[in-house]
Design a protein around this ligand. Structure first.
Ligand SMILES: Nc1ncnc2c1ncn2[C@@H]1O[C@H](COP(=O)(O)OP(=O)(O)OP(=O)(O)O)[C@@H](O)[C@H]1O
Length: 340
């Protein structure tokens, strides 16, 4: 063996020796520990879930100019909604729960802040986010993202001269987006959130026709309040006496009614729409169902499919209704067909 061969031989020997390997692994361990870009997946902190911020009543009073009537956007089943200005000058929406709901219903006062904090962890492009709250004797206030003033009810039913009629693309886009928002509440929140009042006035529409569900998870504030719910909940909801009837299947029913309104352009008027549309869809008489104010699309199949989904959602038996995830799968597909 010449000198070079000897060197190579010793080098290979040293490489193979266990002590060398042990030394190498210790060295590597320390190198990795000190590396600035080291990122071990199990050590990455989970993204912080936003939590609603408490406000004082004085903050809210200032933001709404003393609950001025000039700032009122609308009145709902649970309270008055104001367009307000945050301390940073941002537009926000403030919902002031009616005092009589708080006084007449023990539930409304109980655990308000924890309910709102838990709802505020919902973050989805098709949901209005809840950013804060205020609580005082006789006062319960919810602070939300402001989403313009237009809701789906206005587009469909408060548009007498048809100046702002939604075309079929917009309608399919709104249906699919709203379904995704509802799916997030049902399937991605833990514990899952029941919307409780799925209807067009709770679907806010932005300038790009992106729908955002509002008013979710708040039925406990007024479980027995019928106003605003009739037509959008199933028969079992009333039989179960309010809050106990609040369930995912009932949300799917409300969503089915919304689909019928999008297809027909007609209002739900206390369940009349479902009774009217069901036989027509079953008998495939779609031309009588579709909104006569807008032109028929060249391909009717996607809308007929949407009609069938609506039919399944408003079925009598809760158990036989689709879950919202199934509805989303179909509507996403229709959206890619219609809205390209
Ligand atoms: N975050 C928001 N941004 C902008 N407008 C909103 C917001 N939340 C609600 N609104 C508007 O305020 C009005 C009242 O809404 P609210 O949800 O209280 O009542 P509703 O939908 O008419 O009835 P219900 O209380 O039965 O759901 C509606 O016109 C709605 O479009």
């Amino acid at each position: 063996m010449n000198h070079h061969q000897k060197l190579a031989y010793y080098f290979i020997l040293a490489l193979c020796s266990s002590s060398f390997l042990a030394l190498l692994s210790v060295l590597l361990f320390f190198l990795c520990r000190n590396h600035p870009h080291r990122q071990l997946p199990d050590e990455t902190p989970p993204p912080a879930k936003p939590s609603a911020r408490p406000h004082t009543l004085i903050d809210i009073y200032t933001a709404t100019e003393g609950f001025s009537h000039r700032r009122v956007i609308g009145e709902g089943r649970l309270g008055t909604v104001y367009a307000a200005l945050s301390e940073t000058g941002e537009l926000i929406a403030v919902k002031r729960i009616y005092p009589w709901l708080i006084l007449s219903n023990n539930n409304a006062g109980f655990g308000f802040s924890s309910v709102i904090k838990s709802l505020s962890s919902a973050q989805h492009p098709n949901l209005i986010s809840i950013t804060g709250y205020a609580e005082a004797p006789g006062e319960r206030i919810i602070v939300m993202e402001y989403a313009g003033v237009v809701n789906l009810d206005m587009y469909l039913h408060q548009n007498p001269d048809g100046a702002f009629l939604l075309n079929w693309k917009h309608r399919v886009k709104i249906a699919a987006g709203a379904a995704r928002g509802l799916q997030y509440l049902h399937e991605s929140m833990a514990p899952s959130v029941i919307h409780g009042c799925v209807k067009p006035s709770n679907i806010l529409i932005d300038a790009e026709f992106i729908p955002k569900l509002s008013d979710y998870g708040l039925n406990y504030l007024a479980a027995r309040e019928k106003r605003g719910l009739v037509g959008y909940v199933d028969d079992e909801y009333w039989k179960a006496k309010g809050e106990q009837g609040n369930c995912k299947e009932n949300d799917v029913y409300g969503f089915g009614v919304v689909l019928l309104e999008l297809l027909s352009g007609r209002g739900c008027e206390e369940g009349w729409l479902v009774k009217w549309a069901l036989p027509l869809i079953k008998e495939m008489r779609f031309s009588e169902v579709f909104d006569p104010r807008i032109e028929y699309p060249s391909d009717l199949k996607p809308l007929m499919r949407m009609g069938k989904v609506a039919l399944a959602c408003v079925g009598n038996c809760r158990k036989s209704r689709p879950v919202i995830g199934q509805v989303v799968a179909i509507l996403n597909n229709l959206e890619t067909q219609v809205c390209v």
